[in-house]
Design a protein around this ligand. Sequence first.
Ligand code: 5GP
Length: 183
Amino acid sequence: MSGDVTVISGPTAVGKGTVTRALKALHPEVWLSVSATTRPPRPGERNGEHYWFINDADFDELVETDGLLEWAVVHGRDRYGTLAAPVRAAVERGERVILEIDLQGARQVRQRLPQARLVFIAPPSWDELVNRLVGRGTETAEQRERRLVTARGELAAADEFNHVVVNDDLGTAVDELVSLLGL
Ligand code: 5GP
């Protein structure tokens, strides 16, 4: 599979989902992959829009049948993966494909699709990252702690990426992505 594939990754709560959605709002022509996950939906999340919410057995089957381009256990708990078939189809249609995934997944994509463009979304500072995680208020203290441990390791991985975009101001971060993607 070749084609125009961009991976957007970065530490937890850095706002990569927000940046990705803003990019999609500005450029609806980009093709955003909808991941499969075993995590239960949060209030307001819709199946097929935010994620495909599936059970463990269905996730196992996807893994066994090579139905995932990449997958990972994120924050030591739930599994998340990129469905291979829709991505392959989008690439074949000549779409600009965007995957918003965690660092472990980004590394797998780099192995499988060496031509993919890897973009790391970085926080302006560690303190700001902690503020955002606490401010979001969607996790329990224990989940937050686990995510911060993950984030420390993830921040150190920025230099494995082709590009680093600092998400200080949302508009500026999106502008940088637009120019990286040549949109
Ligand atoms: P959340 O549970 O907050 O929606 O997402 C948690 C983390 O899972 C985020 O860092 C997000 O980037 C990552 N993630 C979402 N979908 C995928 C995927 O398909 N593969 C991988 N490896 N990570 C994903």
